[in-house]
Design a protein around this ligand. Structure first.
Ligand code: FAD
Length: 401
């Protein structure tokens, strides 16, 4: 009997398989994943798993027994090599073909790679998988020179762990400020000062041109400047894994194109997570997101529709980042705003920056302020009085009418 087949065994896949059983689907479910691990969470990889504070079994979404108990077949360390959308089969690397009734593609994304002189030297790492982190951890020694290429969230989370473990940490950022792609100058400056205060050396306007070393990296070259390196971690963004979908004739454009039901251009094939590009009716634009909430919500939406439902996905994107003892939570796109209001005190590391377009809240960045964050999430799209937003003694709930 053809059942539900899921390609990719990551966050979206784990959620989708669990949701299929929760929704009382009793037919066969197969997850095909090219990693050796059961579906797991990636956020701890640059945070508590990298620092050693979290064990690997707490990184897994669910223990292996869950899949046995729920009769979900896991084909791990197995790559799907082709989809035949006419025959409704997925081909595996050993030539086996698996029939599907409905297919979910959740192939995620992969790190954008540097292709410059010396980029294949040992000691140059990317950070996407448990195995990547195991390799990185094996090289993290007190006093070692760690050079991080890219001042985005992953690079800065790694910098925080590195400095706390006694490494000498340099962050190289080609733009004129860290986090340039994802947040405002206000938040970039805040994080810049935070990291410098903890001992991280940040170099902006610094583009890497090559690496030097004999078999193993010893220095990072940036034009006529160079930085000593015992290890390098590159975090310069991701590329969605769309090649299988493209080869199967599905429409792709900066991600696998899905509609608001997570359905691809083939009615029997759905897609969820980092690999997709979806329409957001609340924001009136298409988005390709790289976040856990998006992967989980799209997985749930896909499942509902794979089982014959009529569920749309529309949410204001949100995300978080943990650096040192600070939890940053973000909602919406700050670039949509034309003014910002500070709530709380940046010096105390407990505040929120709320972004408005004229009088409407469009986004917020909250540091160590989970309650304000929850309320800001509900305020997005609503008109709000900036004086009330900026007064930390005021109750944001009063604006939710
Ligand atoms: P993935 O979890 O990437 O899973 C896709 C899986 O499919 C992978 O295992 C891949 O190897 C496999 N695959 C691909 N092609 C094939 C094939 N042909 N055959 C078989 N298997 C295949 N998000 C947040 O919201 N907050 C955070 O703080 C945060 N921190 C992060 C930190 C790090 C270090 C990383 C890497 C990501 C972080 N993210 C964070 C992003 C978040 O983890 C991703 O958005 C999420 O994992 C996407 O889930 P997914 O299921 O789409 O893809």
């Amino acid at each position: 009997m053809a059942g539900m087949v899921i390609i990719g065994a990551g966050h979206a896949a784990g959620q989708a398989a669990a949701s299929l059983r929760q929704e009382k689907y009793t037919g066969p479910i197969t997850i095909i994943g090219d990693e050796e691990h059961v579906p797991y969470q990636r956020p701890p990889l640059s945070k508590a798993y990298l620092s050693g504070a979290q064990e690997v079994d707490r990184v897994y979404l669910r223990p292996e027994k869950f899949y046995q108990d729920k009769d979900i077949e896991l084909k791990l360390a197995t790559r799907a090599t082709a989809i035949d959308a006419k025959a409704k089969t997925v081909e595996l690397e050993d030539g086996t073909k698996i029939e599907y009734e409905k297919l979910l593609i959740s192939t995620g994304s992969r790190p954008r790679m540097l292709s410059i002189p010396g980029s294949d030297l040992g000691g140059i790492h990317y950070l996407r998988t448990i195995d990547d982190v195991n390799g990185i951890r094996a090289e993290m020694r007190e006093g070692a020179n760690l050079v991080i290429v890219g001042g985005g969230y992953i690079g800065l989370e790694v910098a925080a762990v590195g400095i706390e473990q006694g490494l000498n940490v340099h962050v190289l950022e080609m733009e004129d400020r860290i986090l340039q792609r994802v947040t405002t100058p206000t938040m970039s400056n805040y994080y810049d000062e935070l990291h410098r205060g903890r001992g991280v050396i940040i170099h902006t306007n610094t583009a890497v041109t090559g690496f030097g070393g004999d078999g193993k990296v010893q220095k990072v070259l940036c034009g006529d400047r160079e930085f000593a390196a015992d290890m390098v971690i590159v975090g310069i963004g991701i590329v969605p894994n769309v090649e299988l979908a493209e080869a199967a004739g599905l429409s792709c454009d900066n991600g696998i194109l899905v509609d608001d039901h997570c359905q691809t251009s083939n009615p029997d094939i759905y897609a969820a997570g980092d690999c997709t590009n979806h329409p957001n009716t609340l924001l009136d634009r298409r988005l390709r997101l790289e976040s856990v909430p998006n992967a989980m919500d799209q997985a749930r939406t896909s499942v509902s529709n794979m089982l014959g439902g009529d569920k749309s996905y529309a949410a204001i994107p949100w995300f978080w980042s943990d650096q040192y003892e600070l939890k940053l939570q973000m909602v919406g796109f700050s670039a949509d705003g034309n003014r910002e209001v500070l709530r709380g005190d940046m010096a105390s590391n407990q505040f929120a920056v709320i972004y408005l377009k004229d009088n409407t809240v469009v986004a917020a960045d909250a540091v160590n302020s989970p309650k304000d964050f929850m309320l800001c999430k509900q305020l997005v799209g609503k008109e709000a009085d900036a004086a009330v937003l900026g007064d930390s003694a005021s109750d944001l709930k009063s604006l939710l009418v």
